[in-house]
Design a binder for this molecule. Structure first.
Ligand code: SAH
Ligand code: SF4
Length: 420
């Protein structure tokens, strides 16, 4: 009997389709958003420039695109006037399309975005006294199904491309009016009066200072695109945000954690949420695939974690599920057993229609926090933000589908079966 070899899909690492880096457009032009220098240079070569010119122009385009936020070739003052129409005949610099933008009474802003193929996803901006954090999505929906998370109830899923991911940060800078003003290179072109003292911006005056990969999706199931997008965000000639101001949150995709540390190097947050196999299996089903011990060991091994750069354990407070004194003590014990440089973020559960859990009482949350804190581990309680516009943790879900309870349960079963 002959066997037709079937290609194995390795684990659940990258289980959803990703479009190619260049999405075909009806006008035949190519969107440069999300592409790295090298790829831009290749495209310029293919369009007819010689190698040297391609490299130089790619460097200039990169700077205008990601550092200056320019979307028109006409504004690129160091590119010859005759060259600009040549570029705009062949290329565009896009942004994700904004379907809806909402403001919360607490200053939080949420944008519903749409990809070129009509997939909807969301991003949230959370202003605080000392920082402004953009919560960025990595996928449309999520293949996982944490039982307390609204995003987990979405069926429709595809990975976002690097352009769709970095595009969120760029759109936020557009909306906040935070692109650096003219730099030294443009002095001559624009006149001195338009130029800022230092010819750029400093971190001090900006609203958008931090990024968290905590929007829709599991970033480590879309590793390559998240890495490539964050590289553009961290590039000194790109968006130039320090890796210390970026946090990637994972539900615990253990096999990808070391690579995340090595190849991206941002701060790590882990959605722990439970300290026993029984409870974590139930509320964070990926635990059935990668258990607590494996996860905590991967945290202990995470490259770059130190007392100065602690791993954040996110812990959603669910009434009578994971919020007892004994749970708090077990959390402390585990952190100490694995010698983790850790802090704990206690997140009051944010409700959504159809959710089967309730939030712990404020007294319970306080007591839990005290127990962890008394053991020498920082355990602040996160203030829910943007609840009135469904922008709080775990509330993100585009309204495209409204499922009944029975449908939600069926979907949960399907997703859990897929975890194997
Ligand atoms: N998929 C990644 C990142 C996105 S979720 C992850 O799970 O880590 C961002 C955080 O919000 C996670 O810790 C998630 O578990 C938490 N969260 C999800 N639903 C929530 C809810 N309803 N209330 C409070 N926190 C929630
Ligand atoms: Fe996905 Fe994170 Fe929500 Fe779990 S908590 S379903 S991993 S987005």
């Amino acid at each position: 009997m002959s066997h037709t070899p079937i290609m194995q899909i390795p684990g659940n690492i990258d289980p959803v389709p990703t479009p190619r880096d260049i999405t075909p457009r009806s006008d035949g032009r190519i969107d440069l958003l999300g592409l790295p220098r090298q790829r831009i240079a290749e495209l310029l070569s293919e369009a007819g420039l010689d190698a040297k010119a391609s490299k130089l122009r790619a460097k200039q385009l990169f700077h205008w695109l990601y550092h200056r936020g320019v979307t028109e070739f006409e504004a690129m003052t160091d590119i010859a006037k005759t060259m600009r129409p040549w570029l705009s005949e062949r290329f565009v610099i896009g942004r994700p399309e904004v379907v809806l933008s909402q403001h919360s009474s607490d200053g939080t802003r949420k944008w519903l975005l749409k990809t070129a193929d009509d997939q909807e996803y969301e991003m949230v901006f959370i202003p605080d006294a000392d920082r402004g954090t953009l919560c960025v999505s990595s996928q449309v929906g999520c293949t996982l199904n944490c039982r307390f998370c609204h995003t987990g109830t979405m069926r429709l899923v595809r990975n976002l491309t690097p352009g769709e991911i970095v595009g969120q940060v760029m759109l936020a800078r557009d909306a906040l009016g935070e692109w650096p003003r003219a730099g030294q290179a443009d002095l001559a072109a624009l006149g001195d009066d338009l130029v800022d003292d230092d010819g750029g911006y400093s971190a001090d005056g900006r609203l958008l200072t931090n990024i968290v990969m905590m929007g829709m999706g599991e970033p480590l199931y879309n590793f390559d695109n998240v890495r490539d997008a964050l590289k553009l965000v961290m590039d000194g000639d790109g968006l130039a945000l320090s890796k210390r101001r970026i946090t990637l949150s994972t539900s615990g995709v253990v096999p990808m954690m070391a690579r995340a540390g090595e190849e991206i190097g941002v701060n790590l947050a882990v959605s722990l949420h439970a300290v026993s196999k029984e409870v974590r299996d139930e509320i964070v089903p990926i635990n059935r695939k990668y258990g607590l011990e494996e996860l905590l060991q991967a945290c202990a091994d995470y490259p770059g974690a130190s007392n100065a750069r602690r791993i954040t354990f996110e812990y959603v407070m669910l009434k009578d599920k994971n919020d007892s004194d004994a749970d708090a003590r077990e959390l402390v014990r585990l952190i100490k057993q694995y010698k983790l440089p850790a802090k704990v973020n206690l997140i009051p559960f944010n409700p959504w229609p159809g959710a089967i859990y309730e939030c712990s009482t404020p007294e319970r949350v306080r007591r839990f926090s005290e127990i962890v804190f008394e053991a020498g581990i920082s355990a602040p309680v996160r203030t829910p933000r943007g609840r009135d516009i469904d922008a709080a943790c775990g509330q993100l879900k585009t309204t495209a589908q409204k499922l009944s309870r029975a449908e939600l349960d069926r979907l949960a079963e399907e997703k859990q079966a897929a975890l194997g």
